[in-house]
Ligand binder design. Structure first.
Ligand code: CP
Length: 327
């Protein structure tokens, strides 16, 4: 599939957000609006009755052509907390295994009056393609497409940073690891730039860094000592073997020795730096267990926050971002 991912399909004719496909090009007010409403939703998870009727009578289809634990489950919980009916579709059970195209699958599900699709696919541009072939009233959220974007992950990461740290314009952030294959890193970089983070460093072996990475407004550093100096937020990434062509790291042990986040490496950063990872984590490859489970880690906060942030994004797409509609 070769699809353009830069056209403004995610806005309607009035400039309102219709789909959530990429962070790139979104105004700062849209991002802060989503974060603010997510903040209101965070307490809902602690209530005895966790539901509000914002999407009552609406049908959400989770269409996942790649494995997922966190994203699929938190989208399902988020939609159910908004009172939507949720259908989960997994690749191995779909008729795409019998040769049906992804667009025919989506059209078939749309014929069942689906109101929103949440899409994960190994191809960059899949969610854009689907969004551009659906009627005006149907919404699409990108839950990760190839190496291109994982915008809801980046939003929950921004929410988690805001929960633990000062305002973005005073933060130094490091993103460490397999940037080359990471849709998460691309979305994080766009979000951090839009929200005004003044310094974003990417750290990793040159083989795992896109050659044009500096055009994204980041600085490349090839070692943890220099890269983590004075850093407030460390965002680790998973080594994505499933997307690698050939041997891009010398050995797992050498990678861990040079780029793994150990207790020793963590000392290069600020003493109050937080440690993030989108998951799933590879202990002993990207991150030491003692750091992943340590008191600077906010990895499980990221998971929890994913529900409120995804509720907020769904609410925005349904035009329900005003508190008076659900408070
Ligand atoms: N972070 C993330 O996308 O995790 P899953 O693959 O488990 O959804």
């Amino acid at each position: 599939m070769n699809v353009r991912t830069d056209f403004p399909v995610q806005f309607d004719q009035n400039g309102n957000l219709r789909h959530f496909l990429t962070i790139k090009g979104l105004p700062a007010e849209t991002l802060t609006g989503i974060l603010d409403i997510a903040h209101s939703f965070i307490d809902f998870g602690k209530r005895e009755i966790k539901k509000i009727p914002l999407m009552r009578g609406k049908t959400v289809v989770n269409l996942f052509f790649e494995p997922s634990t966190r994203t699929r489950t938190t989208f399902e919980i988020a939609a159910k907390r908004l009172s939507a009916d949720v259908v989960n579709m997994n690749a191995e059970r779909m008729s795409t295994t019998k040769g049906e195209s992804i667009l025919d699958t989506v059209r078939t599900l749309e014929a069942m009056h689906t109101d929103m699709f949440v899409v994960r696919d190994r191809e960059s541009g899949a969610a854009h393609l689907i969004a551009s072939h659906l009627p005006e009233h149907v919404r699409v959220i990108n839950a990760g497409d190839g190496r291109h974007a994982h915008p809801t992950q980046a939003m929950l990461d921004m929410f988690t940073i805001r929960q633990h740290k000062a305002e973005f314009p005073s933060l130094r952030v490091a993103i460490v690891g397999d940037i080359l294959h990471s849709r998460v890193a691309r979305s994080q970089i766009h979000a951090l730039n839009i929200l005004g983070a003044p310094e974003i460093r990417v750290i990793g072996p040159r083989t795992l860094i896109p050659t044009d990475i500096e055009t994204m407004g980041v600085t490349y550093v090839n070692n943890m000592k220099n890269g983590l100096e004075d850093i407030d937020v460390i965002m680790m990434l998973r080594i994505q073997r499933e997307r690698m062509d050939g041997q891009l790291i010398p050995s797992e042990q050498e990678y861990f020795n040079r780029y793994g986040l150990t207790e020793e490496a963590l000392r290069f950063a600020r003493p109050d730096a937080i440690v993030m990872h989108p998951g799933p984590i590879n202990r002993g490859l990207e991150i030491a267990s003692s750091v992943a489970d340590g008191n600077r880690s906010v990895i499980l906060d990221q998971v929890t926050n994913g529900i409120a942030v995804r509720m907020s994004i769904m609410a925005h797409l349904m035009g329900g971002q005003e508190k008076s509609k659900w408070n």
